[in-house]
Design a protein. Sequence first.
Lengths: 240, 271
Amino acid sequence: MTRDRYVFLGLVLLFAAVNGVLLANGVLAADWEGLGVIVAAGLTLALYSFLYKDNPLFKVAENIFVGVATAYIFSQNWYQTIYGEVFVRLSALGGEDSASGDWWLLAPTVLGLLMLTRFSRRFGWLSRFSFAFFVGLGAGLTIPRTISSFILAQIEPMLQPLSWSVEGFNLLVILVGVVAVLVYFFFSVEHTGVVGKVSRVGIWFLMISFGASFGYTIMARLSLLIGRVTFLLDDWLGIM
Amino acid sequence: MIQWLMNIDRRIIFVFVFLGVALPLLANVFLPIRPTRDVIAVYDQLEKVAQDEGVVLLSFSYGASTEPEMQPMARAILRHCFSRNIKVVAVCLWPEAPGLAQQVLEEIGDEFGKTYGVDYAFLGFKPGNFAVVLNMGQDFRDAFPQDNWGTPLEDLALMRDVRTLRDFDFVFDLAAGDSIEFWWIPYGQEKYGFPFAGGCTAVMAPDLFPFLQSGQMVGLLGGLAGAAEYETLVGRQDKATAGMSAQSMAHLIIVIFIIFGNMAFFLSRRR
């Protein structure tokens, strides 16, 4: 047996022993909830075992996660969308419970079914109707909203008058940053002379924003670690 | 020594980070937390809703993978709402959200002795992303004709006067994805003009700062730190506040290793 297998076996036995002690002392309840905590703790530790080395326990836990997540999302989408919104309402068409507007459901149902014809070589051309409708709807809904929310609404605060105050200074910094970064991304003019200096300022703004973004990302990942460690120390071991 | 620092086994760093997280949690250390402007803005907006005896729409757009950041945020917001007798209507725009939303609504609802249907309602998940937001804006009952358990909205006391999104005094989205930026703001807040704020994972917070600047969002709770700040404002320290000491220690460890790494790099270059 290799050293890794000894380590693996030792950790599994240690995990089993710890759980035995926790159950015996009443820290963990000997019911389905207690079993759930044990399974969750085991899967958590199995996933974190990757930090030492890739191993079969990690692979098993990873595949369990993918399978359970897929099944959960599928069941949610099935019951809430396909079954709840389509089957149930279409099957009630023409009956006493059917609302007058439910006949409109036939249109998106047909379009959705036509999309599936994409998998057929012979009838795949029918899916173009669905995609055309989808693209047209998306463009018609998205373009005006995007222009309004992401362009016009963002430009408006920059056009406020500058003032000798903290807000005025912030506004100036934002104005300089926006102009400098836009100049940096304007590649039709060579970045030399004044344009080069302004684009260099833009690079500094970009680097600072990337740094801030990366710092927030680290904070987010550590928050998730804190959540898991809290679970292990509190819900599982009961020492918090 | 320098070569060792340059080539340090990352598993040693992992151990230090783990200890940096675990030890403060075990020691139960609570560092002072100063709420920031954007978090205070959300608190003030909810206080205004409380004075007007209004109704808040809470949108849950996150899943189990971001539960450590988002669930404390949801608890803090709900504690504020229920402590000020603000009525809450909860919807889910992510398929993974209903279980988490129901859990936190029932937990905090029971804590404050709130009655379902009178003080709060849970309408469940609706697929469609931004289309649901548009639908809610046009006709709320068309988007959600019944609650999560099949009760028609007419039978819920707090829903009687709600017809569209404009009938809510405040909308708050708890987002782990792009629901704030690509669903709620362009298809909700911009179109129907209701006061809107959000809570998001720390990863997404920098992307949402432009919307604070433009006034499209009233405020923002960013990550576990945002949740901890809100817990401080509400006056109830919970998991988010407890996590801040661990977060600070882990950040310090990472900064120290970055400094060591850079020192080793520059020293090795000199040689």
